[in-house]
Design a protein around this ligand. Sequence first.
Ligand code: UGA
Length: 423
Amino acid sequence: MTSTIAVVGTGYVGLTTGACFSKLGHDVICADIVPEKIDSLKRGEIPIHEAGLEEIVREGIDSGKLTFVLGAENAVSNADFVYLCVPTPQGADGSADLTYLQAAARQISAKLQPGTIVVNKSTVPVGSTHLVERALGRSDIPVVSNPEFLREGTAVDDFLNPDRVVIGSDDQAAAGRVAALYLGVRAPIMVTDPASAETCKYAANAFLATKLSFTNAIAAVCEAVGADVNDVLLGMGYDHRIGHEFLRPGPGWGGSCFPKDAKAIISIAEDAGYDFSLMRGVVAVNEEQFERIVRKVESVADIDGATVAMLGLAFKAGTDDVRESPSLEIARRLIAKGATVCGYDPAVKSLNMEGLEVVDDAYAACEGAVALVVATEWDDFKWLDLDKIGDSMAARNVVDARNLLDRGALRRRGFTYQGVGRS
Ligand code: UGA
């Protein structure tokens, strides 16, 4: 059955949600508070790097199933469902800042038809479904939690082919209507109470971050005992209880979600009287990982007053997002020690950081550098001409924080090579 869905907030979650619901056949109207964003979206131009999204946005616009409007209050009056997809940034104390969510709820309240279901897709602390209910102040509007599990770069595929759909509500009829929106999506759909749905989102991200910090810690152990982390992880991953996914060591984890959500779950637990010491350790291991990469660079080159090349600025490949990017965290630390960092990224074309110069070519980034740091796992970096890079560098040193390059080929050309968790 076709429903009318209003989506409030056109960030990567809101835009993906809106566009994918239109792809599933629903009539969707997306709202944002930024006029330029709405203008360009109406033209089918999308502001983010997200595989497949532009195509389905254009498809939606052409079929008339996807429209854009300025201001949430102008989107919701005919909606059967309103999806709240506004940001919940990290507040000063590590907890999630719910100002935008509450403001959105207050803004739409008077415009909603009785029986419209408000769905919260933003990542919010436990109890926020009730907070939205209070901000709406309407007993005739059920509020449902439907957390997102979308990865940047593969958000469209994650939405249309999810591992699961989680719906949390005290109103079973409303939960059932939200579940029906996903008709056509082949995935387990589970209905639970709001607190469990909200906790599920944080717990999933916290577990994945834990897996990554564990992987990076095992890489450190491998370096200490002379083992090869790639083989160790392969051997571990064959155990189906562990699995191969999310076991790639790296420069530390980042992005707009993990750092924020890891700190938020610590703060949620603390407020509820539980000291989540495991998670504090997970965050600490991640901080150490940035520093371990910096120390690797310092072990091969005197960086004070020198240039360090950095390949990859985005927090992972497949996106232009630099929020909480490990690359930038490492660059910042190198710059603090007197280096100038010259960075290149296929998707990031400019950045405002003193001491960091962004160039538009990988070879140009390496010119005159005393060391090259591979910080993001873009496939393109595997195929670079190593002779050309070596000839232009001041010294042939590579720190490969993603274990991406061919270490044999580099060493044959006289480079020092340090990966993560292997010699
Ligand atoms: C993450 C989760 O994976 C999504 O399920 C979740 O919905 C999303 O956060 C969110 O809360 O919105 P995302 O931030 O897009 O998605 O990034 P990931 O692909 O999970 O990567 C996170 C970080 O871990 C990156 O810095 C990445 O480079 C790093 N990573 C990932 C590794 O170092 N090794 C791996 O094996 C995998």
